[in-house]
Design a protein around this ligand. Structure first.
Ligand code: FE2
Length: 344
């Protein structure tokens, strides 16, 4: 460890008790000797056990058939989500209204983000059907296995297959070492050629084979050349995937106005887009400390903070860039319509 790492070691140690996942940035989490002794394996096991307990406490607020589908697959598909007239108005706004946006390029894919917060929601009232919907919130909590308040933004994914390197999100991967929720309301049809979401049904379940694989990865992840893998979003190679008793990855092709929830501990990816595409989504996520023994006490849920979580996070990343020089990947691009071409 470097001198600065010794100074920061109490912080690194405290992170073990939270959602920190980077084998590269946290020298304790990335320590091969500690992982040989079972550090990562125990975090995965304990997080899964706590998730099960919390999900039991959250189950009553979710319809039984939705729970059954999610428990089986790790994702849940709800077609025809918004009333048809609200959906038409929403789409119209996204082609014609301008909003302050940020963009990030990952290889040949550009992702645009427009936070859905107290400032933008009055301009897109239809989005509140998702953002402020009690059933969506309850389902997100069940999928994430935690209480708390999901964070939402309008997302545009622009694939430019002729440009740049491969998109790292097209490799089959798990986002982190514990259950965590994402949701998308798709605003266009997403067919097999449009880079649809890919998910291996059942791969949200921690099985003995998965735990053994997690353990093996933890021994070398800190020095793995695949950056996202080293940062704790494990990539799974096809030959490794064959070891699991999970169904093969399935393309989640959807009609416009379909809501999809997923536990992205399960193996998933963005399919490779074979043609230039631009797709828009209302996108939300929910992730909290995976070791919490309870589902309440959400400091980020207080009015005034709940819908500003993303703004606060982006302001923090901008400040960090100014102070430390570590680049914020989300670049401001000014006021643009959600459906406009990429700017970065
Ligand atoms: Fe992911």
């Amino acid at each position: 460890m470097k001198a600065i790492d010794w100074l920061k070691s109490p912080l690194y140690a405290a992170e073990i008790l939270g959602s920190a996942k980077s084998f590269r940035h946290n020298p304790i989490l990335g320590n091969a000797r500690l992982n040989e002794m079972g550090l990562h394996k125990r975090r995965v096991e304990l997080a899964a056990r706590m998730a099960e307990r919390r999900r039991a406490a959250l189950a009553a607020a979710v319809p039984a058939e939705d729970r059954a589908a999610f428990d089986r697959d790790g994702f849940l598909i709800k077609p025809d989500f918004l009333p048809a007239d609200a959906f038409a108005r929403l789409k119209d706004r996204l082609y014609n209204q301008e909003f302050e946006a940020r963009e990030m390029r990952q290889g040949q894919t550009v992702t645009r983000m427009i936070p859905l917060d107290a400032r933008t929601l009055p301009q897109i009232p239809e989005a509140a059907h998702v953002v402020r919907n009690d059933l969506v919130r309850s389902t997100m909590r069940y999928v994430a296995s935690t209480g708390g308040t999901p964070v939402y933004h309008l997302q545009t994914v622009i694939a430019e297959p002729e440009r740049g390197k491969a998109d790292p999100q097209t490799e089959l991967h798990s986002d982190t070492f514990h259950p965590t929720a994402k949701v998308w309301l798709f605003l266009q049809d997403v067919g097999p050629e449009d880079g649809p979401f890919l998910y291996a049904p059942g791969s949200h379940r921690l099985t003995p084979e998965r735990l053994a694989w997690e353990y093996e990865q933890s021994l070398t992840a800190g020095r793995d050349k695949r950056a996202h893998h080293a940062l704790g979003s494990f990539r799974v190679r096809p030959e490794d995937f064959a070891r699991f008793d999970y169904a093969p990855p399935r393309q989640v092709t959807v009609a416009a106005n379909t809501l999809v929830y997923a536990d992205t501990y399960g193996f998933h990816a963005r399919s490779v887009s074979t043609r230039p595409t631009l797709r828009m989504e209302i996108h939300g996520y929910l992730r909290r400390n995976p070791f919490l023994p309870f589902v309440g006490l959400d400091p980020l849920g207080i009015p005034g903070v709940a819908e500003r979580q993303l703004d606060i996070y982006l302001a923090w990343c901008d400040l960090r860039e100014k102070v430390t020089g570590r680049r914020n990947v989300w670049r401001p691009v000014g006021k643009v319509t959600p459906a406009s071409p990429a700017h970065v």
